[in-house]
Design a protein around this ligand. Structure first.
Ligand code: F6P
Length: 546
């Protein structure tokens, strides 16, 4: 069960919201010219503005009390200290050690993990240098031009979204990502490749994931059939915690990059899972990416709550979900290169906090994590923003925008991007009243009967919450900061929900059933014992199969 104090504080907060009319954000801005400075935080060149959320001093006091009651700070310290906070798997949670640039000892079971972390980073650096420079070639001596990462979930989403995000720093070989077990994914990728100049990275924490193992076997056959069995070693490397299983696949030990069970899949982009990113942008830039995340780790550990960006973001997330009952949140980066960032946050957040059971095994009271979704602006504006502005559900929107793009010659386009981003949050907050809609129509000379009939359709309720991140430019350092902020926000919300954010039992049942269904789909076993819908679907598919 949730801590009793927490449950009581949530009901108190609900009353505070009503009593203080907190959700009238528009009125709050009208009555307080200092609202922006009061409800925004600056951290170096990064600005976090939450003034367009439905907060006031009393609400923030309530949220602070909630954080205290749920012992968020103590739980945070336990995570950084290497305690086994992933209680269902008996593991520490130490992705922060992977980016611990200050190199202070981090103990797991009394042993400092930093020498191992640094050794793998060094090995990754040497390997990526070799691939980038051409010192490490394919079997026929040609330079590697194309690197294919084969992985899924956390072994795919981090590197793929970060490689897209940091495209301006990408000066290494071309990168491709194959994740889906749908043969179309690898087939379409292999078509683009020359075997002689291709390197495959098999990335899997467990080295058992069926999608990854199947795609890796297809890629292996591609190399063996084109260049011969002996060539395989020069065209493969692997990233995993299961070193014995990788060796059994036939990958040389000097091409295996390890990590540890205290790194969750969705938190693994900082580990050897980031190898494709390092090959793309180089080890120095990768180091900057780690340094950005490390700076947020320090900020999260030390900044007072009202200046602590991940704390505030987590508290606001909880507030939206559990006090105001908003079921989803939209991630809206105004940066085309962040096109996969919402999908990345979807796994980070929904696989971490999509739980129904608290740490003591009882049902969560209220809600746990929300649905997380999104697309980059401005594209989303012409697709789903209609519902965010005028739909019947309130959807907190989370915007992010750089002051500078990477295309100085297209400055005007970046200004347009900024104007659109800010206009959206302003429109969501301000809305348009019936009177304003009527006045606007009258100013255009439209007749009274028409105005009466049409004006209600042009009303925006306003008071729709949003928050905005602003930063100088999307560099590796800044991107490291942004991801780490969101990781810690997920942590804070998980602590408030009193759940284990670091296991993922919910994905197991589907995997088990798929394994059982395969022989049925192959026509080797009957569908007896399956429900009539599943049996009917199998029969239809078998009948139509060539
Ligand atoms: O099925 C979910 C999951 O276990 C994720 O948590 C993980 O990121 C993904 O599968 C891939 O797992 P692995 O890296 O072990 O192949």
């Amino acid at each position: 069960m949730n801590a009793p104090a927490t449950t009581a504080l949530v009901s108190q907060l609900k009353s505070t919201v009503t009593d203080t009319k907190a959700t009238d954000i528009r009125a709050a801005f009208a009555s307080d010219p200092e609202r922006f400075s009061q409800y925004s935080v600056t951290l170096d060149d990064m600005l976090f503005d939450y003034s367009k959320c439905a907060v006031n001093e009393k609400v923030l006091d309530g949220l602070e009390a909630l954080a205290k009651a749920a012992k968020v700070a103590e739980k945070r310290d336990a995570m950084f200290a290497g305690e086994a906070i992933n209680i269902t798997e008996g593991r520490a949670v130490l992705h922060t050690a992977l980016r611990n640039r200050s190199n202070t000892p981090v103990l797991v079971d009394g042993r400092d993990v930093m020498p191992d972390v640094n050794a793998v980073l060094d090995a990754m650096g040497a390997f990526s240098d070799g691939i980038r420079s051409g010192a490490l070639t394919g079997a026929t001596g040609k330079k590697i031009t194309d690197v294919v990462n084969i992985g899924i979930g956390g072994s795919d989403l981090g590197p793929v979204m970060a490689t897209l995000a940091l495209a301006p720093d990408h000066d290494g070989p071309r990168l491709h990502f194959v994740s889906n077990v749908d043969g179309a994914h690898i087939a379409d990728t292999l078509k683009l490749l020359d075997a002689e100049t291709s390197l495959f990275i098999v990335a899997s924490k467990t080295f058992t994931t069926i999608e990854t193992m199947t795609n890796a076997a297809t890629a292996r056959a591609f190399i063996a059939e084109t260049l011969g069995e002996k060539a395989v070693g020069k065209h493969f490397c692997a990233v995993s915690t299961a070193l014995d299983k990788v060796a059994a696949f036939g990958i040389d030990s000097d091409r295996i990059f390890g990590f540890w069970d205290w790194v969750g899949g969705r938190y693994s982009v900082w580990s050897a899972i980031g190898l494709p990113l390092m090959i793309a942008i180089g080890k120095e830039n990768f180091g900057e990416f780690l340094a950005g995340a490390h700076s947020i780790d320090n900020h999260f550990r030390t900044a007072p709550l009202r200046e602590n960006i991940p704390m505030l973001l987590g508290l606001l997330g909880f507030y939206h979900r559990n006090v105001l009952d908003y079921p989803t949140r939209a991630i809206l980066p105004y940066d085309q290169r962040l096109s996969r960032f919402p999908a990345y946050l979807q796994q980070l957040d929904m696989e971490s906090n999509g739980k129904g059971v608290t740490l003591d095994g009882t049902a969560v009271e209220g809600n746990s994590g929300p649905v997380v979704w999104g697309e980059p602006g401005t594209n989303g504006q012409h697709a789903f923003y209609q519902l965010i502005h005028q739909g019947t559900s309130v959807i907190p929107a989370e915007f992010m925008i750089a002051a500078n793009g990477h295309e100085p010659h297209l400055r005007h386009q970046h200004q347009l991007l900024i104007a659109n981003c800010l206009a959206q949050s302003e429109a969501l907050m301000k809305g348009r009243t019936l009177e304003e809609a009527k006045a606007q129509m009258a100013a255009k000379g439209q007749d009274a009967a028409f105005i009466e009939r049409i004006a209600p359709h042009r009303v925006f309720t306003g008071n729709r919450p949003s928050l905005t991140f602003v930063y100088d430019q999307m560099t590796p350092f800044t991107f490291g900061r942004l991801i780490a902020i969101y990781e810690h926000r997920v942590f804070v919300e998980g602590a408030l929900f009193n759940i284990n954010s670091f296991d993922q039992w919910g994905v197991e049942l589907g995997k088990e059933l798929a394994t059982g269904l395969l022989p049925v789909v192959e026509g080797k076993e009957s569908a007896e014992g399956h429900d009539s819908s599943t049996a009917g679907l199998v029969a239809a598919l078998l009948k139509a199969a060539n």
